[in-house]
Ligand binder design. Structure first.
Ligand SMILES: NC(=O)C1=CN([C@@H]2O[C@H](COP(=O)(O)OP(=O)(O)OC[C@H]3O[C@@H](n4cnc5c(N)ncnc54)[C@H](OP(=O)(O)O)[C@@H]3O)[C@@H](O)[C@H]2O)C=CC1
Ligand SMILES: O=C1CO[C@H](CO)[C@@H](O)[C@@H]1O
Length: 324
């Protein structure tokens, strides 16, 4: 089954609408899973230096590209500027590190991962004496964006975009840019739909990628590690989702993914499990009806799962993007 759906960027680039997420996929798992994903037909891969798996992803990409089984232009690779590199001086060296690890000459999309800046210490984010993350209060989005634009001129990325930015932060970039953001990557699923932000992106010609489309179990495990107590709803157990899945002979995960595609967004579900990874790709043969799309839209409950509570103290000003 072919992935025949694309999102068209404001620079003309075509991004396969369904991608594969790679957060919390350690090296051995991701090497195996990515190989299988490429066999299955996935062509859009989402990663980031903070996922610490770019080297493993690079090994798989090199193997496929060297073998001639795939051409570079058939792939769509996204990676991100990590929070400690939210500083104009670090933008170019940081993408060059990612490219070296990914064994690529360019990526298709480079995103500013989060709007707030952090610092590194001993291979981890730097904390103060109270265990709170130290925030870089000098983070300057406009100066960083100028360097992001320069990366396009250097040919190190085809397009540039943002992740986890709110409308006000995006508008500030739009007011001061030469190259407009091509894409915004945000949490998006039936319980967090942010219609105003999506509408804003639509009117500004910014495509939207939906992270945590299945409800992200990874956030729960990070929360647990830092003692944040929070229960999340299981999106695959929602009665309406299960009912629609049953009617089509599909799984709840497939309905959640298909609904995002039908909303015109790009879902990037993560799976390193062979059966689930293949299952998540089999979504091109059952467009939902207008009625089903509407009913699923009515489930919006403004439940943000990836609220960065697993980063203690990160909600302090100046650039934390969400209402606290
Ligand atoms: N820009 C940002 O700040 C963020 C970006 N992301 C990106 O978005 C991607 C997706 O988000 P993520 O947080 O991983 O969460 P997802 O919503 O993709 O959920 C992934 C979880 O669901 C499980 N799963 C996958 N497919 C199925 C299925 N068919 N049935 C049941 N369970 C399934 C996976 O387990 P298993 O692997 O065992 O199948 C994993 O535990 C990330 O991997 C990352 O690339 C994510 C968070 C933040
Ligand atoms: O993409 C993401 C997933 O996990 C990270 C934590 O390590 C977050 O920074 C993030 O936004």
């Amino acid at each position: 089954m072919a992935n025949d759906m694309f999102l068209i960027f404001n620079n003309g680039l075509r991004m396969p609408a369904l991608g594969i997420g790679t957060w919390q996929a350690p090296d051995d798992e991701i090497e195996f899973a990515l190989d299988l994903a490429l066999e299955t037909g996935y062509r859009h891969i989402d990663t980031a230096p903070v996922y610490r798996n770019e080297k493993a992803i690079g090994r798989v990409l090199k193997k496929w590209l060297d073998s001639g089984k795939i051409k570079r232009e058939e792939l769509f690779i996204t990676t991100k500027l990590p929070p400690p590199a939210n500083n104009p001086a670090y933008v170019e060296p940081t993408i060059k590190n990612s490219l070296a690890d990914l064994q690529l000459d360019y990526v298709d999309l480079y995103l500013i991962h989060v709007p707030f800046g952090l610092f590194m210490e001993n291979d981890d984010f730097k904390r103060d004496a109270n265990g709170l993350l130290e925030i870089d209060t000098s983070t300057d989005h406009i100066a960083i964006w100028k360097k992001m634009e320069h990366l396009v001129a250097l040919g190190l990325t085809k397009s540039i975009g943002l992740s986890n930015f709110n409308q006000e932060q995006i508008q500030r970039i739009l007011n001061n840019c030469t190259i407009r953001p091509a894409n915004l990557q945000i949490e998006h699923h039936i319980y967090l739909q942010q219609p105003n932000l999506i509408k804003f992106c639509e009117t500004q010609g910014i495509t939207v990628t939906a992270y945590a489309p299945l409800g992200s179990r990874g956030v729960a495990s990070l929360n647990k590690m830092v003692g944040v107590e929070r229960d999340f709803p299981d999106l695959m157990d929602v009665p309406l989702v299960k009912e629609i899945a049953k009617n089509y002979g599909k799984t709840p995960a497939q309905v959640l993914i298909r609904w995002i595609l039908d909303c015109g967004l790009a879902p990037i579900p993560k799976s390193t499990n062979p059966e689930r990874l293949r299952q998540n790709f089999k979504v091109f043969d059952f467009p939902l009806t207008e009625e089903e799309i509407k009913k699923l839209k009515s489930l919006d409950a403004n439940i943000r799962i990836c609220d960065f509570k697993f980063f203690p103290g990160v909600e302090r000003p100046p650039e934390f993007p969400f209402a606290v």
